[in-house]
Structures are given as C-alpha cells and as structure tokens.
Design a protein around this ligand. Structure first.
Ligand code: ZN
Length: 184
C-alpha cells in the first residue's frame, strides 16, 4: 500500500468508526475534527516522512472509543500502525481516576513516536478546552484538567521541539482564557 493510500484509508476508517461521535465541548464538533487536528500536528512537527505514524495519529482513539481491535487495525493497515495505536490506548477496564494517574506515570516510558501522538492529542484537547469547553465544566474543573495535561506532557516532551512548542502555546492559551474574569 502506498503512503497516500494508507492515509486515505486511515481517514475513511476513522470517519466510519467515529461517525456518531462528537466532542464534549459546547460546539459539539464532529469527533473526526479532533483526529484530523492531531494527525496534522504530528505530520507538521515531524516533517511528514512517517506515514505509519500519521495514520496511527488518525486512528489514535479508535480502540479506546469505538471498540475497534488491534487485529482489525493490523489487518486493514499494518502491524506497526496497530502497535502504535495500542501503545496510546488506555486500559478501559480501569476506573477513570486510575487511568488518569497512569497516563502521568507511564508517559515517559512510551516510545518516541507514541509520545508524539500523545503530545499532539494533549495539545488538541487543550485547544478545545480554551475554545469550546464542555458546558457543564466549572472553571475549577477546567483548571484541574490543564494542570493534569501539563503533568502528562512533562513525561512526553523533550523529543521534538516543535511539538513541545505547540503544547506550551496551547497550555498557556488555555490558562490565559481561564484567568479572564469572563471565564467564571
Ligand atoms: Zn484523542
């Protein structure tokens, strides 16, 4: 499969699997927008030379959020894409608080490519918190989320300066938005 075909297939696969999902934010963006954003961040920051990495970025929430299996991704794409997606997938059998704790604890142990996807994911999520936070989230909850994202990013950063800079900008922007009196 050519790189272009691999990527076209990744977008089509993600669009089908996430078809009924929307983001939690007030504007209820299609979930696919998030996947496109994460993939573009990864592609731009890494020079676009690693098609498997970009395909895995498109598919990064497929196992966690759609019940897609590792085997399906391996069969539709390849073993490398499947193992990358598995590496960025949380164990959903664990309680949410434990998953969040593990994300902080395991971030530094991930491969460089998995770190790139996870840092781009955190960047996209922080942009969303600043631009369109979930309607039922208090300012305090948003603050806690940004602080948690920074703790996760501590373990992910240091392998790609462009990714680090995009994360820092998103975190600073989210914090600035929360500091405004209108955030209340
Ligand atoms: Zn994501």
């Amino acid at each position: 499969m050519s790189d272009a075909t691999l990527l076209a297939r990744a977008y089509a696969f993600a669009a089908a699997r996430h078809a009924d999902q929307r983001r939690k934010g007030e504007s209820r963006e299609p979930y696919l927008n998030h996947l496109c954003e994460v993939a573009e961040i990864v592609a731009l920051a890494t020079g676009g030379s690693d098609a498997n990495l970009i395909a895995a970025a498109v598919l990064h929430d497929a196992i966690e959020d759609t019940g897609t299996t590792h085997g399906e991704i391996a069969a539709s794409f390849n073993a490398d894409v499947a193992s990358l997606v598995s590496e960025v997938t949380d164990d959903k059998s664990l309680p949410k608080a434990e998953r969040k704790r593990l994300q902080v604890a395991t971030a530094a142990k991930k491969s460089t490519r998995a770190k790139a996807i996870k840092l781009a994911d955190a960047t996209s999520n922080l942009r969303a918190i600043a631009k369109s936070p979930p309607a039922d989230w208090t300012v305090e909850r948003r603050r806690e989320y940004v602080a948690w994202a920074r703790a996760v990013a501590e373990g992910l950063r240091g392998t790609n300066p462009a990714l680090d800079a995009l994360f820092d900008a998103a975190a600073a922007h989210a914090e600035a938005a929360l500091a405004e009196p209108s955030a209340r």
